[in-house]
Design a protein around this ligand. Structure first.
Ligand SMILES: [Zn+2]
Length: 340
């Protein structure tokens, strides 16, 4: 085909008209913010959140409340606040709500939230969740729950800090992000169930839930590497969610994405066992990051010294880059699957 010749006059006109339209969007250096999520900071936070002082963070106990206060302090330090619609940091959950089935009588408890308002589509909400409760103390031993789910809890702090730093540089997310620390998970996913039945923002405007529960260890099926993560649920409601996560990983983190527990016939039924499920069952696309179980799972020996902080950082970085894309892409992800 013949090359088109552009006359000088036309070229000038072209350049002038280009100048009069808004400048092309600046390419944001996502890696710069991703790299603010560091193993050192995760370690500092986790050695506090999963310390003996927090007494295993059982739902409704003083130890859990103390851990919650630490989280709030960190958000304040990083310049974040609670959602204005909420009026404070807590979503209170009455004891009666958690009086279900196998659950023992629990004290009133609270979900904790922090919020970054979207710059272009503030009414569309991305939730990033992790449970901050664990199982408390037994026979005088503290169950620190460093991996379960201290790891997800401190990942949220670091992800929020990364988004806030980007915002300070003028790159705040287009959509709003709700950082949701849910309570009562160990006693039956109570906090996330409460949120899904009493959402602060309409679930129809909630574009996705990224749930993080145990990302600081390796399991017995991966004895020689920690460079992997189980991804569960991503393809159940939205093919785009699944694809976007794969693309984010390929571009930024290069973890092996293991879909073993996403198998519909897997006997462990992990898909139903953490907080994302309360979003998924209401039709909100959900993705769950999980490292699998290990010898210290639900034992007093799940301590912060056993966490592999390099793996924790990398997995938190994947969650961040996925969140970045979900919050900033032009169109919200489409629900095109039936959830099964
Ligand atoms: Zn857990």
């Amino acid at each position: 085909m013949k090359k088109k010749l552009i006359s000088g006059a036309l070229l000038t006109l072209f350049l002038v008209s280009c100048n009069s339209v808004p400048k092309a969007k600046k390419e944001v250096n996502v890696s710069k913010y991703m790299n603010t999520i560091t193993s050192d900071e995760l370690s500092t936070h986790l050695h506090i959140v999963a310390s003996d002082e927090m007494e295993g963070r059982d739902t409704g106990t003083e130890g859990q409340k103390k851990a919650g206060k630490y989280l709030i302090e960190q958000y304040k330090k990083n310049g974040l606040s609670f959602p204005a619609e909420a009026g404070d940091w807590y979503q209170k959950i009455p004891s009666e709500f958690m009086a279900k089935g196998f659950s023992p009588k629990l004290n009133d408890s609270e979900n904790i939230w922090a919020f970054i308002k979207g710059s272009e589509k503030p009414e569309e909400i991305l939730v990033i969740s992790a449970h901050y409760d664990h199982v408390g103390t037994k026979n005088g031993e503290v169950y620190n729950g460093a991996d379960d789910d201290g790891s997800g809890t401190v990942a949220l702090l670091e992800i929020a800090q990364a988004f806030e730093k980007a915002k300070e540089d003028g790159f705040g997310p287009k959509r709003s992000i709700l950082f949701l620390h849910v309570t009562g998970e160990e006693h039956g996913l109570h906090g996330s169930r409460f949120y899904s039945e009493n959402p602060l923002f309409p679930l129809k405007n909630t574009i996705a839930d990224i749930n993080i529960d145990m990302i600081g260890r390796r399991d017995t099926l991966h004895p020689n590497t920690n460079n992997y993560i189980y991804v569960i649920g991503s393809d159940r409601l939205s093919s785009e969610l699944h694809t976007i996560n794969e693309e984010a990983n390929k571009k930024y983190t290069n973890l092996t994405l293991d879909y073993k527990y996403n198998d519909r016939n897997d006997p462990e039924r992990i898909y139903y066992r953490s907080d994302h499920y309360n979003f998924a069952k209401k039709g909100v696309p959900a993705i769950f990051f999980f490292n699998g179980v290990h010898a210290d799972y639900h034992k007093a020996s799940d301590t912060p010294d056993k966490i592999e902080y390099d793996a924790l950082a990398k997995r938190a970085q994947l969650a961040f880059t996925l969140a970045w894309e979900l919050a900033n892409r032009d169109e919200r992800i489409v629900v095109d699957k039936d959830g099964k």
